[in-house]
Unconditional design. Structure first.
Length: 278
């Protein structure tokens, strides 16, 4: 069975932008694409106001699917699931066996009003990685950034980052979120171990020094913008067996960052999504 990338849409410009990026990824990685619309009360209100039947949503999905296949050798499925986006997206994931959820966030411009808070709630309820796009167009993901606390459950995160780098054939920027002021000797040893692991895995990498002062999200974002990062990877500290991403105190600001850098949110034990041949 071919892998599937899921793309929720309310047919706004930002959702279409996310779908275009997802189509590029589907073509590069040899996966199918599935456009899904959650038929919720916002959708029904829009249909009633415009005197449309539900078939109009199905037709809009088909039109979008046709646009995404132009000039590309990919298969695009369409799906309409009743319920809120919090229920419909997990249901669609189960129905399609999707490996990646690609979403666009746009404030209140779409008729379903998919705001940042709603996106974050969807991300935390989704059992697969979620890649969030804003308006910015990204041609290729040649540089990704991994914020990493070397004193907290970092090994599984690094192993998953290695899988992602192999898939995207990119350079990994490891940004230290704990600069080791309290335990400098242990910090130095762990940084050396991280460098050794990445070298042995044949991953191009750059270790970005930590900064003891300043707001965490602003420090990370400034480093990402300076390095022209194309994707920030956020991994939660969940234990194995917990199948969801749990946002940390600064993650929401990074997910909806002012630099409009796409952000991949996942639990490190979701790594099977990035295993070739799985």
């Amino acid at each position: 069975m071919r892998k599937v990338i899921l793309v929720p849409t309310d047919f706004s410009e930002i959702c279409e932008n996310a779908a275009q990026h997802a189509a590029i990824l589907a073509e590069v990685f040899g996966t199918d694409l599935c456009l899904v619309h959650a038929l919720n009360h916002y959708s029904r209100k829009w249909l009633d106001e415009n005197r449309y039947e539900e078939d109009m949503i199905r037709e809009m999905l088909r039109r979008e699917a046709s646009r995404l296949t132009l000039g590309r050798e990919i298969d695009v499925q369409t799906l309409m699931v009743g319920g809120t986006i919090y229920d419909a997206i997990p249901e669609a994931i189960e129905m399609t066996d999707a490996i990646l959820n690609v979403m666009g966030t746009h404030g209140k411009s779409g008729f379903q009003h998919i705001t940042g808070a709603k996106i974050l709630r969807v991300i935390t309820a989704t059992p697969i990685p979620t890649l969030v796009f804003q308006k910015r167009n990204i041609n290729h993901f040649d540089k990704i950034m991994l914020p990493l606390n070397v004193f907290r459950r970092w090994r599984n995160k690094l192993e998953t980052a290695i899988r992602i780098c192999r898939l995207f054939k990119c350079t990994l920027f490891v940004t230290e979120t704990n600069p080791g002021v309290v335990h400098p000797d242990e910090y130095r040893l762990r940084i050396e171990e991280i460098a050794r692991i990445l070298t042995e895995a044949d991953i191009d990498f750059i270790l970005v020094p930590g900064q003891p002062d300043g707001d965490y999200d602003k420090v990370i974002l400034n480093k990402a913008i300076s390095a022209r990062i194309k994707m920030i990877v956020l991994m939660s500290d969940e234990e194995e067996g917990s199948g969801h991403f749990k946002a940390g105190p600064w993650d929401e600001k990074l997910i909806f960052n002012e630099g409009q850098i796409p952000v991949l949110c996942l639990n490190p034990f979701m790594h099977k999504s990035f295993d070739s041949g799985s």
